[in-house]
Write a protein of this length. Structure first.
Length: 186
């Protein structure tokens, strides 16, 4: 198992970086290649994926991001490439907060994550990344339905709810925050 690579970035790909370690150059899939620069000396935490038909490395600038990735790939239906894709549009901190707050709407906006996968992530990881059982999984869906009843469009509702992560909040707290944000967009 390759735990970490230290070397120089030779090339950036749309979803990967090439790292020259001196003797070898490695192709490493990363969530955000734009966080790296060609010529930069880096230390990347890695996870080696071994499948019947392929072997590849997934890399992370920070150990905490690798730890979150390792938790994500334990979720039923979430593979390494889906987990990397999901992590490409958020930070580890936002992801952990969304799971803690049971924010299915936030998780559904991530690439490759649908409603079923979002619910499975919360079910499998709640308490593992957040330190306890928090929130009600239906809260964000209840608030979404309430906002639809008030006449807001689904697109704007989902956009606002994907930015709200209130841990241990009540539906009323989430609704109040959403209404405040929706008023600001008008």
């Amino acid at each position: 198992m390759i735990y970490r690579l230290k070397g120089t970035i030779l090339e950036l790909q749309p979803n990967a970086v090439i790292i020259d370690t001196g003797a070898l150059a490695y192709f490493v899939y990363v969530a955000r290649p734009e966080y790296f620069e060609v010529g930069e000396t880096v230390s990347i935490f890695t996870h080696q994926v071994v499948r019947e038909d392929e072997i590849y490395l997934c890399g992370f600038r920070y150990a905490i991001d690798r730890d979150i990735f390792l938790k994500l790939i334990t979720v039923k239906g979430i593979g390494p490439k889906t987990a990397l894709g999901a992590m490409s549009s958020t930070t580890g901190e936002e992801l952990v907060t969304a799971i803690s707050a049971n924010n299915i709407t936030f998780l559904k906006k991530l690439p490759g994550i649908g409603a079923k996968a979002a619910a499975q992530i919360i079910l499998d990881l709640k308490g593992q990344l957040t330190g306890g059982d928090k929130g009600n999984p239906r809260q964000y869906e209840e608030v979404r339905d309430a906002l639809k009843q008030l006449g807001f469009r689904v697109g704007e509702i989902d956009k606002v709810l994907s930015t709200i992560n209130i841990v241990n909040g009540q539906s009323e707290d989430i609704l109040k925050e959403a209404l405040t944000k929706l008023r600001k967009t008008k």
